[in-house]
Design a binder for this molecule. Sequence first.
Ligand SMILES: CC(=O)SCCNC(=O)CCNC(=O)[C@H](O)C(C)(C)COP(=O)(O)OP(=O)(O)OC[C@H]1O[C@@H](n2cnc3c(N)ncnc32)[C@H](O)[C@@H]1OP(=O)(O)O
Ligand SMILES: CC(=O)C(=O)O
Ligand SMILES: [Mg+2]
Length: 349
Amino acid sequence: MRSPKDFFAPLAVGAPEPLREIPAPPSRMIHFFDPGNEKMTAKLPALAPKVDVLLGNLEDAVRADRKEAARRGLVEVAKTVDFGTTQLWTRINSLDSPWVLDDLITLVTEIGDKLDVIMVPKVEGAPDIHYVDRLLAQLEARAGLRRPLLVHAILETASGVANVEEIAGASPRMQGISLGPADLAASRRMKTTRVGGGHPGYLVRSDPVGDDLSTGRTTYQQDLWHYTVARMVDACAANGILPYYGPFGDIRDVVACEDQFRNAFLLGCVGAWSLHPAQIEIAKKVFSPAPEEVAWARRVIEAMGDGTGAVMIDGKMQDDASVKQCRVVVELADALAARDPELAKAYKG
Ligand SMILES: CC(=O)SCCNC(=O)CCNC(=O)[C@H](O)C(C)(C)COP(=O)(O)OP(=O)(O)OC[C@H]1O[C@@H](n2cnc3c(N)ncnc32)[C@H](O)[C@@H]1OP(=O)(O)O
Ligand SMILES: CC(=O)C(=O)O
Ligand SMILES: [Mg+2]
């Protein structure tokens, strides 16, 4: 057992020093593509400037007989496509699969210098992260990498949710966590067959008026994912890493997708997955604060001077805490403005 003082020591001789702070460039949408699908990879040069993160997916949604083609495709794409400032991530196969060892060996040694984040599916607890952590350090040393690869866990097992705090703090490589509503629903034996989003059966009903139990009682659909997303956000924030909503599988229902993404944004998530080009603009819209919110936040910060005391603005009390809330919005707006000239203009007012 290593001492807590060794938390930031490299796990292999010659591996790069772990980072003390997780970089947080905009990552409003993690856009998934199948690197073995030539039709999709042909679109990457045009997609790269439109998204914050491109993720070459090797796990679920890639057929078993296409796993090697997908891995080879990702190596090819990483070596040939100009991603500009857009991050390149990958999702490896699960740790119990026959493919994961070759995924890690091939990707780290051949394109480790091009990859930013490795997403690990079906994480059950800290030991899964420790395994990946040590293996990555060995491979980084072998490949002579100067920059440590970061790790992102998918929260998609009941054990993972039970252990989410220890997963978030398991390694200095931990960059973030995404909700995986499909596998998580299966793991928990939830009775929804949808990939993310609500369910009309999960609801509350207003009380009856008088003795009539069946008429005039409004129902309100509830969010199946509220508990898990809120817990994930706390675990991430407490450990200085980033929370994300995962996939919304009903590609056609752009309205409900926007709602689900917005719930996650308001609760603290920094982004969501886009599975189809139609979801890119939704994520961009939702995870970029509205210009009026940004203008309001700047106004509060300015009115609060050194950030202490209390003032009234438009009938609303502001104090030290609301200044901190406003700084969250302004810091995000500044980071997005640096990446997106259109937003830079909108946020100037
Ligand atoms: C629970 C989980 O694990 S979620 C994560 C795993 N799942 C995924 O990664 C799924 C990724 N997405 C996809 O595979 C596809 O978008 C699908 C299967 C959902 C739909 O694909 P299609 O039926 O081809 O959709 P559609 O016909 O609307 O596609 C329109 C065009 O966009 C392209 N396209 C579709 N999805 C993507 C994508 N993610 N990235 C780039 N291009 C895409 C199609 O190739 C098609 O191109 P074309 O006009 O040149 O023919
Ligand atoms: C995101 C994912 O992998 C899932 O929902 O299962
Ligand atoms: Mg999954």
